[in-house]
Design a protein around this ligand. Structure first.
Ligand code: GUN
Length: 284
C-alpha cells in the first residue's frame, strides 16, 4: 500500500492559523502584541530569504516584527550591544540572530548573550540544558517540528523504537531528547555507525537528519514505519532529502516529502515559541 504523505505545508498552515487565534486573544485580554526581533548581519542571500520569510510569517499571524539588518563589517562588540538592547526592550518577546555570522564574529558568544527567556531558536546552552533535564524551555524549531509532524500524523510514539540518523546540536541531538520525552526507545546513528541499515530496519519511527542526499534506501526502512526526512539537497534531479523517497514510500506507513515536509514546520514552531515567550511575561 502506498504511504500516507505527511503534508508539512498544510500542517504548518493549520498551526499558524491556530496561533493567530491565540494572538487575537492575547491582544484583547492582555493588550500584548507578541514581538519577534530578528537580527541579520551581512548579505548572505539564503539568510535574507529566511529572515524575510520569518518577518512575513510574523505579520500574517499578528505579531510585531522587529528586523535589524547590519552591514557585514559590524564588529562583535556592536552586535553584542544590539542584542543587549533587544534583551531589555519590552516589545521584544522573542529574539534571534540569523546564522551563519561573518567569520570575525564568534557565534557561541553571540548565542550566549541572548536572554534565555527570549531564546526562541532554542540555541542557548540554558535552553539545551532545560531540554536535556526535561524542564520547560525553548526547543529548537526544526526538531520541535519533527515531533509535531509525528503527532499530527497519528504516529504511535509510546514505547516505539525511534532511530535518529544524525547527531547535530540543532537537529539530531534535540530530536532524540524529544523522542525520549515521548517515551520512545531512542537510538542515535551517525557517519561512523556500523551497518546503519541493521539499525534503521528496526525503527518504527525513522528521523533522517544526516545531510547526505538519499542515504536512506528502501531496504533500510521497516515495513509500516513513519519516516521523517529533515534533509534538503539541490541536485541535478531537483530537490531531494536524506531519504530515497520513491523506494521508502513503498515500505513506510507515512512519510514526509521534500520539499513540503519538515521545512515549512520550522517557521510554525518559531511562531509558537514567540507566542510562548510573550506568555512568559504575563506571570511577571
Ligand atoms: N540559519 C539557518 N537556520 C537558522 C535558524 O533556525 N536560526 C538561526 N538563528 N539561524 C539559522
Amino acid at each position: 500500500m502506498a504511504a500516507e504523505i505527511i503534508d508539512g505545508k498544510q500542517i504548518s498552515a493549520d498551526i499558524r492559523a491556530e496561533l493567530a487565534e491565540e494572538v487575537k486573544k492575547m491582544k484583547s485580554e492582555h493588550g500584548i502584541t507578541p514581538g519577534l526581533a530578528v537580527v541579520l548581519v551581512g548579505e548572505d542571500p539564503a539568510s535574507q530569504v529566511y529572515v524575510n520569510n520569518k518577518e512575513k510569517a510574523c505579520l500574517e499571524i499578528g505579531f510585531k516584527s522587529i528586523k535589524h539588518v547590519l552591514p557585514a563589517e559590524t564588529t562583535e562588540a556592536e552586535l553584542l550591544a544590539l542584542v543587549d538592547r533587544l534583551n531589555k526592550q519590552e516589545d521584544v518577546h522573542g529574539l534571534l540572530v540569523q546564522l551563519p555570522l561573518p567569520g570575525h564574529i564568534n557565534e557561541d558568544r553571540v548565542i550566549l548573550s541572548i536572554d534565555p527567556d527570549k531564546d526562541v531558536d532554542g540555541f542557548h546552552p540554558i535552553s539545551v540544558g532545560r531540554l536535556a533535564i526535561g524542564v520547560p524551555g525553548f526547543v529548537s524549531c526544526t526538531p520541535a517540528g519533527v515531533i509535531e509532524l509525528l503527532k499530527r500524523s497519528g504516529t504511535e510514539l509510546e514505547g516505539a523504537n525511534a532511530v535518529v540518523v544524525g547527531r547535530s546540536n540543532n537537529v539530531g541531538k534535540p530530536a532524540a531528547l524529544l523522542l525520549l520525552d515521548e517515551n520512545c526507545t531512542v537510538t542515535i546513528c551517525h557517519s561512523r555507525t556500523r551497518d546503519l541499515g541493521a539499525v534503521t530496519r528496526n525503527a518504527d519511527v525513522l528521523v533522517a537528519a544526516v545531510g547526505v542526499p538519499e542515504l536512506i534506501k528502501g531496504d533500510m526502512v521497516k515495513e509500516g514505519a513513519t519516516v521523517i526526512d529533515v534533509g534538503i539537497h539541490r541536485t541535478d534531479n531537483g530537490l531531494v532529502g536524506d531519504v530515497d523517497f520513491e523506494a521508502a514510500s513503498k515500505k513506510a506507513r507515512a512519510i514526509t516529502p521534500v520539499p513540503g515536509g519538515v521545512g515549512p514546520m520550522t517557521i510554525a514552531m518559531l511562531m509558537r515559541n514567540t507566542l510562548k515567550a510573550a506568555e512568559l511575561t504575563l506571570g511577571r
